[in-house]
Design a protein. Sequence first.
Length: 279
Amino acid sequence: MACDLHCHSKISDGSIGIDELIALARRRGLSALSITDHDAVAGATRACIVGKRLGLEVIHGVEMSAYDPKRQRGVHILGYMCDSPDRLEGMCLRMSNIRRAAAKEMITKVLRYYPIVPESITRCATGSTTVYPQHIMHALMEAGYTDSFYGDVFRKLFSSEGGCAYVPVEYPDVREVIDLIHSAGGLVVLAHPYESDSLELMEELTAEGLLNGVEVWHPSCDEQQIASLKDFAETHNLLMTGGTDFHGLYTYPLRPIGSCGAPDNTVQLMKEYKAAYFK
């Protein structure tokens, strides 16, 4: 068995609800799961309760959006095992409001090209903290304008390089996000360093003593990259985590939960690390 420590539910940009996601992980035979919704902790808190009821260990998690000012690009920070997740609520609410404003602008732009009913987008986003591009694409698929979530229509609309409905979102500084997670008693892990082109940032944050771990196992990594991240983590005494980055129907390319994950002993190592780090 393995543990999948990077999954998204309907609360952010996944297509599956909390209960179903945990039941799916249990059926898959996973030893542990973490639901790491974007800039939202309510689902993770509920997931821990549901996990106890269904007999699966669920680790409290969140994936916070951040900005690397030196390289001027976005980066994702995973926060695990927060003792006081309510401390993250203010930033989560701030990000939710920013995303909602961006979503409203995106929808207005999309409707110029595709005469769909706005309510269909809202329905596809039911349960989420805001509307993501995936929800808009879902509505466009139902209306017959495309047969895929991430094909030509997605690139035309939402490519960060000239998409006609793309709306940039302003994220908080990465060090602000890290400080907040630590203040909540959580472990800070840099998500998918290769996918987000954040290897230099990884080295900087490690040198500053700000990282607790690195996401080593991720679908975007090949064997050589995994080996390189493992070597870095071992050299700097960092935790190694991993997961599928599961979004259900909105995952691209499609991959089942647990198809990419971390070893069974990962959660125990996280617990031991945390006990020593916060003593």
